[in-house]
Ligand binder design. Structure first.
Ligand code: INI
Length: 174
């Protein structure tokens, strides 16, 4: 029978880190509120939540990398807001934040959810940070919780495979 694994939204026992950019703080504080609400909703303990503030979205991957490599957190959430209208280097900041966060997750094995808004206007950012379009901070926290669960289940499955019938079959076939 096939074994299926999907992330659960149970944050009990998880140690979660949030890295939040201070640039566009009106928006990122709303994303942070959403992320904290999601953590609480799904059973994360407040005293197991670590929140790190960095200057801008460009700095998110660096701080996430430090945290991921420490091994202290089960999952991380990166929160930021890049608004095109405000800067010529929108593309660089947005691309580096996305590329860097993905790189940290893959290189360290620690899930890092991408909760960075990249919008044309401040109004669009407000709508996606607790307005008409929901809250991407809340969504990113749910992704982080699910990925921590997938990770944990895969580690358990891997241990079972190593000591279970599959590994014996593989040995016999050699
Ligand atoms: N940082 C953001 O998070 N959002 C932005 O829209 C933004 N703009 O517009 O420039 C921004 N810039 C700062 C950047 O993230 C770094 O903090 C800065 O370049 C120093 O490294």
């Amino acid at each position: 029978m096939a074994q299926e694994i999907a992330g659960s939204l149970n944050a009990q026992g998880l140690r979660i880190g949030i890295v939040a950019a201070q640039f566009n703080e009106t928006v990122t504080s709303r994303l942070l509120r959403g992320a904290r609400e999601a953590a609480e909703r799904h059973g994360a303990r407040e005293d197991r939540l670590t929140i790190v503030h960095v200057p801008g979205s460009f700095e998110l991957p660096q701080a996430a990398d430090w945290m991921a490599r420490s091994g202290l957190w089960d999952a991380l959430v990166a929160l930021g807001c890049v608004i095109r209208g405000e800067t010529a280097h929108f593309d660089f900041v947005a691309a580096e934040a996305a590329r860097g966060v993905a790189q940290v997750a893959r290189e360290t094995g620690v899930p890092v959810a991408f909760g960075v808004l990249t919008t044309e206007t401040a109004e669009q950012a407000m709508a996606r940070s607790g307005g008409a379009q929901g809250n991407r901070g809340f969504d990113a926290m749910e992704s982080a919780i699910k990925m921590a669960s997938v990770h944990r289940q895969l580690q358990t499955a891997e241990k079972r495979y190593r000591i279970g019938p599959l590994s014996r079959n593989v040995e016999q076939e050699r």
